[in-house]
Design a protein around this ligand. Structure first.
Ligand code: PGA
Length: 253
């Protein structure tokens, strides 16, 4: 069955020393708890701290993910980081299509698809973000918007490939705003995404794919969100920057 996953997206935060302290604290907190066997913790630091995070990571505690990857294989693309590089640093996951990448860096569903292909070709698992903006929800277009993103970013994959993908539903109006989707809103959208997957790949494949919720998830609301049958965990921004808050979410299952 699919995994429960709590992934921390640090975004562009923390200095080297602060990152070191957070990893150290997280490590010692994780040592104190016994997580269910089907739960996976992932930490996605900025690139310069990836190696440090990998040194801290121990498969029994957490795995490391990147926040971005190039859509190109290799070569003269100054400033880019390839999937092959991440593979060679033994990174297991990478976030793709985050709404901040879509809004500020022109990432489209076609870019998402190209990045997903790069990651899968190098054995990494993509964490693909989808989600509507406020105006789209107010116009009741959220289900269509997410359908277009899921189809455009992922539906070129075959059944074996899609099973490597984690999907994160992140309503843009909930990211960093303190406004969380209600448990019902999250469940409704997660069920919609799973039914899209079932329609394309069959129910059995759809049931294997973890769908995470993201957007102002915190210790106080994680339990209620994660209690839904189609919410398999969270992609956590702000609350992943404090070990105590992140632990409060990790232990919410
Ligand atoms: P937030 O961010 O938890 O700070 O709302 C979530 C995300 O953008 O992944």
């Amino acid at each position: 069955m699919r995994k429960h996953i709590v992934a921390g997206n640090w975004k562009m935060n923390l200095t080297f020393t602060e990152a070191d302290e957070l990893l150290d604290e997280l490590m010692s907190e994780l040592e104190k708890v016994e997580l269910p066997r089907d739960e996976q913790v992932i930490v996605c630091p900025p690139f310069p701290y990836i190696e440090m995070a990998s040194d801290y990571a121990n498969d029994s505690y957490f795995l490391v993910g990147a926040q971005n990857v190039s859509d190109k294989e290799k070569g003269a693309y100054t400033g880019e980081v390839s999937a092959e590089m991440l593979e060679s640093c033994e990174i297991d996951y990478c976030i793709v299509g985050h709404s901040e990448r879509r809004a500020y860096y022109g990432e489209t569903d076609a870019t998402v698809a190209a990045k997903v292909n790069q990651l899968l070709a190098h054995g990494l698992k993509p964490i693909v973000c989808v989600g509507e903006v406020l105006e789209e929800r107010e116009a009741n277009r959220q289900f269509d918007v997410v359908k277009t993103q899921v189809e455009g970013g992922l539906f070129h994959l075959d059944a074996e490939q899609i099973k490597q993908v984690i999907i994160a539903y992140e309503p843009v109006w909930a990211i960093g705003t303190g406004k969380t989707a209600t448990a019902d809103q999250a469940q409704e959208m997660h069920a919609h995404i799973r039914s899209l997957l079932a329609g394309k790949y069959g129910q059995e494949v759809a049931d294997e794919i973890s769908i995470l919720y993201g957007g102002s998830c915190k210790p106080s609301n994680a339990k209620e969100l994660f209690a839904n049958p189609d919410v398999d965990g969270g992609l956590i921004g702000g609350a992943s920057l404090k070990a105590a808050d992140f632990m409060g979410i990790i232990t919410a299952f």
